[in-house]
Design a protein around this ligand. Structure first.
Ligand code: AMP
Length: 568
């Protein structure tokens, strides 16, 4: 190789190295983490608005005698399946479910056993699969004995079944390995036949094992409130039990404005033996008082009654019959719902279905006398509270346990997802979840994300203060210069904060210009300057950043000066 060739090779090598480095850098860069689709961070200063909203809920709901319940984020899947209903979109498509197992190895083994396609016409090769099944069986037994795996009848049965299945596979191999008698081909054929049968049975058994609780991230909280009500025997408490909650909910929906996969709700429930219409009206009154406190503009209350188990089934059948007549004109979702849940067709937002829906029979014309009286009284009670409402016959909650009063509040600035709150009476739910049949319930859930969005859109969600500052903004930027001044500044910052002022204290010494520049950018109201001169004179210099006026004050005067500035 000539010197020239060597040089060329080096250059090519160098270029490859640079190329690889670049590629690696790109990969590393693309590995920056991002929030998962449909979930988001709520950053300052918006988080201050969230706190204000939540604080207002606590205060307003408190005055109506509601107390907070803090609920788990996940529950048994069955709780939601039973309460929300298998036919609902939430349960059928949107829940984040997982099996909460104690043994990762066992779960991995199960996945492997179900995924692997072992070559059964090679007994030697199949041996390793057999070993894995044995391992699975032993770990399963150990898990059951130690109480790490639920002792369900299915699990116990699997444990018992796997032993004989493994024995029959072992027996088939022994027969195959006998060199006397039949030909190799015949022995192999027999082996494959027996093992094929056993293998399919092994797979069935492995599939039905249940390695832990089926768990779901809560898609809503009413089911949890009712579960807690029953679990803690709250039916024995005097009067109605009034609870509110706030926190994240999880639904795997298609993300868009006002629709997230982790979203937040503020909700309240009243549980007790009475279904008096006055309760319905007061719950709605509380909701509107809350919105009023927040100065939410343009909220519209929609109400309806969907009857009860006496009158609704007949209406649903009628609706179904009418829908059958127009089936061909409906979209796929509505067609499916004719069978599963005809009431949900009324929810449809599809343009071409609107005219058809308008002609369908209306529940208001089919309420029984009791439901009609209840609905009339709810309206009267709303009236005596001076609450305006719109009746909306299409407002349904398509779940069996919902009955009578349903309501929804829409707010402006939200586009198509304009429902900021949904609620209704659910007298059958407590019984459905195993509680006393006499307990009635009514509640609502506000979509906090949408409420905040609507407040922001209408301009009442403004939060003062610069980026990443606390709600009221920064009162004092405490600029210090020199080690002695830092000691004094630390003490002064502490006293100011104790007095309730928001103080930013630079952690390191900065040049004067840079420090005051930062005070400006942080939108501080005042820069308090503490240098050697001020220290010697026992004063601080205070600069009002809005107009640059500056004065020297003793510490006690500083406090009254800042207080006065705050009150303006
Ligand atoms: P629901 O539990 O479906 O009755 O919903 C009650 C309220 O929660 C709705 O009126 C919305 O304001 C809000 N909400 C429901 N689903 C979402 C979501 N995926 N993203 C944001 N808010 C939601």
């Amino acid at each position: 190789m000539s010197e020239h060739d060597r040089e060329k090779a080096r250059a090519i090598g160098e270029s490859h190295r640079r190329h690889d480095e670049k590629k690696l850098a790109t990969i590393l860069k693309s590995r920056q983490f991002q929030a998962i689709k449909g979930v988001r961070d709520i950053l300052p200063p918006e988080s201050a608005l969230w706190n204000r909203v939540e604080q207002a809920a606590r205060e307003v709901f408190g005055t109506f005698g509601f107390a907070e319940i803090r609920l788990p984020i996940f529950e048994q899947t069955e709780l939601f399946a039973r309460s929300i209903g298998l036919e609902s979109d939430v349960v059928a498509k949107e829940m984040y479910e997982f099996e909460d197992h104690a043994s990762k190895e066992l779960a991995a083994l199960r996945t492997l056993l179900l995924a692997e396609e072992p070559t059964i016409d090679d007994p030697q090769f199949f041996w390793s699969y057999e070993m894995k099944v044995t391992d699975f069986k032993e770990r399963l037994k150990m898990g059951l004995d130690r109480g790490e795996i639920p002792k369900t009848p299915e699990n116990e049965r699997v444990c018992e079944a796997l032993g004989p299945l493994l024995d029959s596979i072992a027996f088939a191999r022994q027969e195959y390995e006998k060199t006397s008698g039949q030909s190799h081909a015949a022995r192999l054929e027999l082996y494959v036949k027996q093992v094929r049968n056993s293998l399919s049975e092994v797979r069935t058994q492995v599939t039905v094992t249940h390695l832990g609780d089926d768990i779901t991230l809560r898609p809503e909280a009413t089911a949890s409130v009712v579960r807690a009500y029953i679990e803690h025997g709250m039916q024995n408490l005097p009067g109605n039990v009034k609870l509110y909650y706030m926190g994240p909910m999880f639904r795997r929906e298609r993300p868009q404005k006002g629709r997230y996969r982790q979203f937040y709700q503020i909700g309240a429930e009243v549980l007790g033996s009475s279904d008096a219409p006055g309760i319905d009206a007061e719950v709605i009154e509380m909701l509107l008082a809350f919105f009023e406190r927040l100065k939410l503009k343009g909220a519209v209350l929609h109400i309806n009654s969907i009857g009860d188990k006496n009158c609704r089934p007949a209406y649903v059948e009628r609706l179904r019959a009418e829908l059958q007549k127009v089936r061909e004109q409906l979209g796929a979702d509505s067609q499916r719902r004719i069978e599963t849940n005809p009431l949900r067709v009324l929810d449809s937002k599809l343009e071409h279905e609107q005219a058809i829906i308008e002609k369908l029979p209306r529940i208001a014309d089919h309420l029984c006398a009791e439901c009609r009286a209840h609905y009339d009284e709810v309206k009267r009670q709303l009236g005596l509270r001076g609450i305006a409402y719109q009746e909306n016959w299409r407002l349904v909650r398509g779940l069996d346990y919902y009955m009578r009063t349903t309501f929804e509040i829409t707010a402006p600035g939200l586009g198509s997802q304009n429902a900021v709150c949904g609620g209704g009476r659910y007298d059958g739910l407590v019984e459905l979840l195993g509680g006393p049949a006499t307990t009635k319930g009514i509640g609502f859930a506000i979509g906090t994300d949408r409420l905040v969005l609507s407040l922001q859109e209408s301009g009442v969600g403004e939060v003062s203060g610069g980026p990443a500052r606390s709600a009221g903004g920064l009162d004092v930027y405490l600029a210090w210069f020199g080690a002695a001044a830092q000691t004094a500044a630390v003490g002064l910052a502490r006293r100011l904060r104790d007095a309730g002022f928001v103080v930013e204290l630079p952690a390191v010494e900065m040049k004067f210009g840079k420090s005051l520049g930062l005070a400006d950018r942080l939108k501080a109201r005042h820069a308090v300057i503490l240098g050697e001169d001020e220290l010697a004179a026992g004063v601080v210099a205070v600069k009002r950043l809005a107009d640059g006026t500056q004065q020297k004050l003793a510490e006690q005067d500083l406090f009254s000066y800042l207080r006065a500035a705050r009150d303006f």
